[in-house]
Design a protein around this ligand. Structure first.
Ligand SMILES: NC(=O)c1ccc[n+]([C@@H]2O[C@H](COP(=O)([O-])OP(=O)(O)OC[C@H]3O[C@@H](n4cnc5c(N)ncnc54)[C@H](O)[C@@H]3O)[C@@H](O)[C@H]2O)c1
Length: 277
């Protein structure tokens, strides 16, 4: 999709970090933008930062883990702006620690937001995107953690691998319909991801911090430090816009992480070679 001005984008997790940067970049292109997020005060502040809420900027409180909430957000967006052209399934949370310390509730929360959130976004928006025939583009935010796994954060890694897999299939399914798909796979980005527990709904129970000094605590601290030192979200958004225009499937932002992905593919290649005798 090359011409963005006058078109409409819907972005989840838009109150902060990468989602906000995407919303700002779309707005700068002259698009209508619906910012969706679970955190209402942060969402209001985000809209305020985008030119004080220009006519093409609107927001809707939306919990992506709840299909009815996402459907309502889709209806609100269509009512405000008409056909939707760009869908960014971006909302995500990081939860976890050492594998034995991750509760079933934490697994469910991370799966419900990071994976089912994408499923709900597709269910709510794709039928209309297909029907209006004006073309479209879907950006699913995965992570480098969707292509290579390090120790810890198993629910996060599992959901990001799932988003990569489902998006690869989706791209093939939609290719003939003029709807592009991009899989955003950043490394560390300077956002509030390390504070994800602030948006953990009560139904998943309280977040339990790993015991001080434990392997889980060290992992969480390293994760927070890495995010703090990460890439500017605006740089990520600029790459995404270029990918939408060029119709690129994989969107990478951290060339320094190539070796880790190569190592995984190398191991897979070696395993195939062993089957060849
Ligand atoms: N920051 C990184 O280093 C990094 C790296 C790779 C991928 N990502 C991915 O980028 C995406 C955006 O995260 P971020 O880094 O900008 O973090 P962030 O915490 O700054 O922003 C995430 C946003 O998602 C919202 N959110 C959380 N749960 C939600 C729900 N149930 N429904 C709707 N909104 C919800 C939060 O309120 C927040 O505004 C996530 O999918 C994350 O996994 C981040």
């Amino acid at each position: 999709m090359r011409d963005l001005a006058g078109r409409t984008a819907f972005v989840t997790g838009a109150a902060s970090g990468i989602g906000f940067a995407l919303a700002r970049a779309f707005a700068a292109e002259g698009m209508n933008v619906m910012l969706a997020d679970i955190e209402a005060p942060a969402l209001d502040a985000a809209v305020g930062r985008l030119a004080g809420g220009a006519p093409g900027i609107a927001s809707v409180v939306c919990d992506v883990s709840d299909s009815a909430s996402v459907s309502r957000a889709a209806a609100t967006t269509a009512q405000a702006f008409g056909p939707i052209h760009i869908l960014c399934n971006n909302a995500g949370v990081a939860g976890g620690s050492g594998i034995e310390a991750i509760s079933p509730e934490t697994w469910r929360w991370v799966v419900d937001v990071n994976l089912m959130g994408v499923v709900h976004g597709l269910a709510a928006f794709l039928p209309d995107m297909r029907a209006h025939g004006q073309g479209g583009h879907i950006v699913n935010t995965a992570s480098m953690a969707g292509l290579q796994a390090n120790i810890g954060f198993s629910p996060y890694v599992a959901t990001k691998y799932a988003v990569v897999g489902m998006s690869e299939g989706l791209a093939k399914e939609l290719a003939a319909e003029g709807i592009g798909v991009s899989i955003l796979c950043p490394g560390f980005v300077r956002t509030q991801i390390a504070g994800s527990a602030r948006n953990r709904p009560e139904r998943y129970g309280p977040a339990v911090a790993p015991a001080p000094g434990s392997a889980g605590a060290r992992l969480a601290a390293a994760h927070a430090e890495n995010a703090e030192a990460g890439l500017d979200p605006a740089d990520v958004a600029a790459r995404v816009l270029a990918a939408i225009r060029a119709g690129e499937l994989y969107v990478f932002t951290h060339p320094d992480m190539r070796d880790e992905v190569d190592a995984r593919f190398g191991a897979i290649d070696a395993a195939f070679r062993r089957t060849m005798g």
